[in-house]
Design a protein around this ligand. Structure first.
Ligand SMILES: NC(=O)c1ccc[n+]([C@@H]2O[C@H](COP(=O)([O-])OP(=O)(O)OC[C@H]3O[C@@H](n4cnc5c(N)ncnc54)[C@H](O)[C@@H]3O)[C@@H](O)[C@H]2O)c1
Ligand SMILES: O=C(O)[C@@H]1CCCCN1
Length: 314
């Protein structure tokens, strides 16, 4: 007898079983700590493979991981494209394959786009909780795409800001963002206007050159730097990178994939998992940058969460 055919869990079903990114927080905190514990943590995850699609401005990322604590075995396949001016396709598209770790059978094929949006924002929320200054009042989001929405949702769910500001390269998109989210958002005409005085800053753009300058950043602010995932792409300038305490999800990935880290020569202070385990301090009173690149184990944890909820309902 062969194994049952894999389930297909599309974007709507993923959304239904993972209505809020904050549901992932406990499992993601544990996974980040395990990831930063070496082999003892039970996370098996090679550096992802990212291959360019020549002539099309696109990339395909292959992200396998096994988490012993979750008994989750997955591979995410993600494409991201730089120039999609006349295409209705989103810039990032993803699929997660979930396997049975006991025998290698494919159990489910899950839409990976919702998972990517929510787990990335949840990890930024974990960093924010640890690293933001006390009494943070102003949240600033640079970029108005998919990740801007998921970051807004979880950060305003977990923290109370007096003001939320957004800036985007095209103002129309920022205005659309401000009119579609549930709370008040101030649309800014320049990144500088959005950043000056902000306590928490999120960069979620497809920029390849710096859009955030250290000269604008309030001392003690916390920055979640989520875009710029290629070794020659930047979102943050040298002044910021060199004058912050730099936290990353993975040191190995940051030193291989992050233009902000590689080209600035900034020193990495800690992995987020080390702070979660208590082996490195958080330093919330300092200016902190969390450089997020995205870990395959985050997708493993999120896919397992969705699959378990889906299985319980079906
Ligand atoms: N760290 C992670 O785990 C992780 C996961 C997913 C996505 N990302 C990254 O987050 C970023 C945002 O992803 P998304 O899914 O929201 O993309 P998106 O295409 O939905 O949104 C991108 C936004 O950036 C703006 N933009 C495009 N080019 C720009 C430029 N040159 N300068 C300034 N702004 C520009 C667009 O107007 C848009 O508002 C991307 O860099 C993506 O690779 C990181
Ligand atoms: O971890 C991720 O899912 C994304 C994929 C696209 C590039 C940046 N990181």
């Amino acid at each position: 007898m062969g194994s049952a055919p894999p389930a297909f869990i599309g974007a709507e079903e993923v959304e239904k079983h993972l209505p809020r990114a904050s549901l992932l927080l406990p499992a993601l905190e544990a996974a980040l700590g395990n990831f930063s514990s070496g082999p003892a943590g039970g996370v098996v995850q090679p550096l992802r493979t990212v291959l360019a699609v020549p002539g099309h401005g696109g990339y395909l990322g292959v992200m396998p991981a096994y988490s012993a604590a979750d008994d989750a075995l997955t591979t995410k396949l993600v494409t991201f494209y730089e120039h999609l001016k006349d295409s209705p396709a989103p810039s990032h598209q993803a699929t997660v394959l979930l396997f049975d770790p006991r025998n290698g059978s494919l159990k489910a094929v899950l839409d990976g786009s919702v998972i990517t949006a929510k787990r990335t924002a949840a990890v930024s929320a974990i960093a924010t909780k640890l690293l933001m200054p006390a009494f943070a009042e102003v949240l600033c989001i640079l970029g108005a795409g998919v990740q801007a929405y998921s970051h807004y949702e979880i950060l305003t769910e977990l923290f109370t800001f007096k003001e939320v500001r957004i800036w985007n390269r095209s103002k129309e998109k920022a205005e659309k963002f401000a009119s579609s989210v549930h709370g008040p958002v101030r649309v800014c005409s320049s990144a500088q206007e959005a950043v000056v005085g902000a306590d928490v800053i999120v960069t979620v753009t497809m920029a390849a050159e710096p859009i955030l300058s250290g000269a604008w950043v309030k001392p003690g602010a916390h920055i979640n730097a989520v875009g710029a995932c290629r070794p020659n792409w930047r979102e943050l300038d040298d002044e910021l990178m060199k004058n912050c305490f730099l936290f990353v999800d993975s040191k190995e990935a940051a030193l291989t994939e992050s233009g902000d880290v590689i080209l600035s020569g900034a020193e990495i202070f800690a992995e987020l998992g080390e702070v979660l385990k208590g082996t490195k301090p958080a330093l919330p009173e300092k200016t902190t940058v969390f450089k997020s690149l995205g870990l395959a184990v985050e997708d493993a944890v999120a896919a397992k969460f969705v699959y378990d909820a889906w299985s319980a309902a079906n």
